[in-house]
Design a protein around this ligand. Structure first.
Ligand SMILES: NC(=O)CC[C@H](N)C(=O)O
Length: 195
């Protein structure tokens, strides 16, 4: 499976490393033409306002919406989760608006700006190591969104069909199982296309 990592800003190399460790091929995506031939796309963490601006500037909003319409999996981590959301708390404009959920930015408070924890995730056997950095959380989801994990009662991992989102950075640890989970989503989507 060939997985692109949107390389406008943020943690790109780490995602490529994790995808390769999980048995896929990872490539950096800087131009919309590079979405061609991908089996899935990761939108990394960073700063969502900056990523959103650059996406608009380089035509990625329409291009990624089209990618999603084709049923190709997309995984947003941290700022990438914010970029996928339909609504952002306290902000007029959201970005891709692909996932039916409302998110809050920088939701874990100043004193807990960053922390690590082991998270139980639906569909993955043992808890997964997760790094939270000025992380967002998911405040509300529509019934078509599946909650895969919570932290202190707050939703931090969610899936809506071919779309996956995490509040935290799975790429900053040596635990590749969430990337392996995403690769499985890409394999399923590719197999469904062939039928
Ligand atoms: N680590 C991250 O991706 C932080 C996200 C950032 N706080 C934002 O709102 O965009």
């Amino acid at each position: 499976m060939k997985i692109g990592v949107l390389a406008l800003q943020g943690a790109v190399a780490e995602h490529i490393r994790s995808i390769e460790a999980a048995g896929g091929q990872g490539v950096a995506v800087k131009r919309i033409e590079e979405l061609q031939g991908l089996d899935g796309l990761i939108i990394p963490g960073g700063e969502s306002t900056t990523i959103g601006k650059l996406m608009r500037k380089y035509g990625f909003i329409d291009a990624i919406r089209e990618f999603s319409r084709q049923g190709k999996p997309i995984f947003g981590t941290c700022a990438g989760l914010i970029v996928l959301a339909d609504r952002i708390d306290g902000q007029e404009d959201a970005h891709l608006q692909l996932m039916d959920m409302k998110v809050a930015r920088n939701a874990f408070g100043r004193q807990r700006e960053s922390f690590e924890t082991d998270l139980a995730i639906k569909g993955i056997e043992e808890p997964v190591r997760a790094v939270f950095i000025r992380a967002p959380l998911i405040m509300e989801v529509s019934p078509n969104v599946d909650v895969l994990s919570t932290y202190n009662g707050e939703i931090v991992t969610a899936r809506q069909g071919h779309l996956l989102a995490s509040s935290y950075h799975p790429e900053l640890t040596d635990d590749y199982r969430l990337h392996a989970y995403f690769l499985d989503m890409a394999k399923e989507a590719a197999a469904a296309k062939e039928q």
